[in-house]
Design a protein around this ligand. Structure first.
Ligand SMILES: [Zn+2]
Length: 118
């Protein structure tokens, strides 16, 4: 397992069958970003881009995603931000920034919220 601290952006029309570590696959058409977990576990992280999900910022060179990526469903349970292609490991207090509109995933997240708080 190798940690990723820096992603490379690849704009795609449709998602490929295979994903490589360290690449952010961005599909504007599909309004979705897919990358493999930054901890190196190889899990596929799917972030839909919509007003209720993630927001994508593209500055012409790099991508930022908001809010943070919380991989509660994976055994690694990694939690990080992607800012200007860089992986920024999130700390527990970052949870406070989560938007209330993310209700639908709330039940699962609540459980881990407690775990992270301690
Ligand atoms: Zn992971």
């Amino acid at each position: 397992m190798e940690n990723i601290d820096n992603y490379e952006v690849q704009f795609v029309g449709y998602m490929p069958d295979e994903f490589k570590q360290g690449i952010l696959y961005v599909s504007m058409r599909g309004k979705i970003v897919i990358h493999l977990c930054a901890c190196g576990c190889g899990e596929k992280v799917v972030t839909p881009i919509s007003p209720d999900d993630w927001k994508l910022t593209f500055d012409g060179e790099t991508i930022s995603l908001y809010p943070s990526i919380g991989n509660w469903d994976f055994s690694c349970r990694s939690h990080y931000w992607i800012r200007n292609n860089q992986v920024v490991i999130a700390r527990s207090y970052d949870y406070g920034q989560e938007k209330p509109s993310k209700r639908k995933k709330k039940s699962k997240k609540k459980k881990f919220f407690r775990l992270w708080k301690k």
